[in-house]
Write a protein that binds this ligand. Structure first.
Ligand SMILES: NC(=O)c1ccc[n+]([C@@H]2O[C@H](COP(=O)([O-])OP(=O)(O)OC[C@H]3O[C@@H](n4cnc5c(N)ncnc54)[C@H](OP(=O)(O)O)[C@@H]3O)[C@@H](O)[C@H]2O)c1
Length: 247
């Protein structure tokens, strides 16, 4: 892959992905890492200083009106190569979301960040994804063409929901799963692969300290999975280690 754009890179899984990508023996030509405030993202700044293939761009994924301006900045980086991978990682979850406590504002916020952001950003970056796919028109579907990855969660699986609750998070990720499937149908003609990945239960601010996986294990698996993506993954729901999950 020549280029990858990851949202929400100042901490957690996003930051872990950038750390791992720059150390890869065959690193991407352009790693575009977004965060809400570059000034506050000290570790990202340090990585970008040490690796000139890392570009930092500011993006609050709820600012849909700024996506056009944002896509122009991405175009200035990738130029005629287009964008190979859009990794929609930024996400939110809220506490106290059992039915007695859940608030409509929590539901709206979850949908804005977890569902609408990935759909609208895919739309905004579509010309660049198409360009990358076109540039390698003879190649198989996958990371050398163009891929959209939506970071979902096992909590967004209807089939695997035995514990209830978590209305904002579960519903917004289930909706993201549906968006992934629709995008995979709609964008197949453009040779863009679309899939969703559950990173595992990971020790981050969101996952908490009881999570069994560290960030590095999760992102190492995710990068391996990205490199191996092929047409069988289009429209699917996968865990960081490549295991297919039930919707
Ligand atoms: N950790 C887990 O166990 C787990 C399990 C399943 C799925 N996931 C998914 O994995 C992804 C990353 O999670 P994580 O564990 O790394 O969470 P995290 O540590 O809480 O980090 C979340 C990231 O998303 C960013 N973000 C939140 N709202 C944003 C907005 N409006 N605009 C732009 N960026 C925003 C945050 O930036 P700020 O610092 O600016 O808030 C931060 O960089 C999420 O989609 C999450 O749902 C995580």
């Amino acid at each position: 892959m020549k280029s990858i754009l990851v949202t929400g890179c100042n901490r957690g899984i996003g930051l872990g992905l950038i750390r791992r990508l720059v150390k890869h023996p065959d690193p991407p030509v352009h790693v575009i890492a977004t965060c809400r405030s570059v000034e506050k993202a000290k570790e990202l700044q340090q990585i970008a200083t040490q690796h000139n293939n890392v570009h930092l761009l500011e993006l609050d994924v709820r600012d849909y009106d700024r996506y056009e301006e944002f896509s122009k900045k991405v175009k200035e980086i990738v130029k005629e190569d287009g964008l190979n991978i859009l990794f929609n990682n930024a996400g939110v979850s809220s506490k106290f979301t059992r039915i007695q406590l859940v608030k409509s504002e929590q539901m709206l916020e979850a949908f804005k960040v977890n569902t609408i952001g990935p759909i609208m950003l895919t739309k905004a970056l579509l010309p660049l994804l198409k360009q990358a796919a076109n540039n390698n028109s003879e190649g198989p579907l996958g990371a050398q063409k163009a891929v959209v990855i939506n970071t979902t969660s096992v909590l967004g699986s209807i089939a695997l929901n035995n514990d209830g609750g978590f209305f904002p998070y579960r519903c917004s990720k289930a909706a993201l799963n549906m968006a992934t499937k629709s995008l995979s149908v709609d964008l197949l003609k453009d040779q863009i692969l679309v899939t969703c990945i559950h990173p595992g239960w990971v020790k981050t601010d969101m996952g908490g300290s009881n999570a069994p996986l560290d960030v590095d294990t999760s992102v190492t698996g995710i990068i391996e999975l990205i490199r191996n993506l092929n047409e069988t993954h289009n429209g699917g729901f996968y865990q960081f280690d490549g295991q297919r999950l039930d919707w």
